[in-house]
Design a protein around this ligand. Structure first.
Ligand SMILES: [Fe+2]
Length: 160
């Protein structure tokens, strides 16, 4: 039966494991943030703001794929609902707060304020991504087994 959903445009659409799919999406978000910082560093606010909107949308979508699809499936498969996903959800909230502060700094064209917070966000994201890529995603792939195809499908179908 043909899928009623259009092909995914997110990175990692050809991936066959949770680890591969979401790790590739991490790299995409990293590249988008680097492009924003480049625009701010050059004082090109118009471009920087457009790039920031792209980055924010991509990171929000990534967090949504985890919170709405992967984490509930992981929690159901492992019975661990106050384990790693609880910690990851808390860090996602910190990322959202920093993105809101970045939006304010961009609005005010405050380059120092923006770059200071983007560095904080980048450190948080890198530490968070390492925990996910080295621990949570491989655990999810193991725990989900054949179900991981369904979870990948669910993440691909989540609206951007
Ligand atoms: Fe995450």
């Amino acid at each position: 039966m043909a899928s009623p959903f259009p092909p995914s445009t997110v990175s990692g659409s050809g991936a066959s494991s949770v680890t591969d799919f979401l790790s590739r999406d991490h790299r995409l978000c990293d590249e988008l943030l680097a492009a924003v910082e480049d625009g701010v560093g050059k004082g090109d606010w118009e471009r920087a703001v457009r790039r920031f909107q792209d980055f924010r949308k991509a990171l929000e979508h990534h967090l949504d794929m985890e919170e709405k699809v992967l984490f509930p499936a992981f929690e159901a498969a492992t019975g661990m609902d106050h384990g790693p996903t609880f910690v990851m959800r808390g860090e996602h909230e910190q990322m959202r707060e920093l993105m809101a502060e970045l939006a304010e700094a961009a609005e005010a064209k405050d380059a120092d304020g923006f770059l200071g917070r983007s560095e904080t966000l980048n450190v948080l994201v890198q530490q968070h991504n390492m925990k996910e890529e080295q621990m949570l995603y491989p655990m999810a792939d193991d725990a989900l087994g054949v179900e991981s195809a369904e979870v990948l499908d669910g993440m691909r179908r989540l609206p951007q």
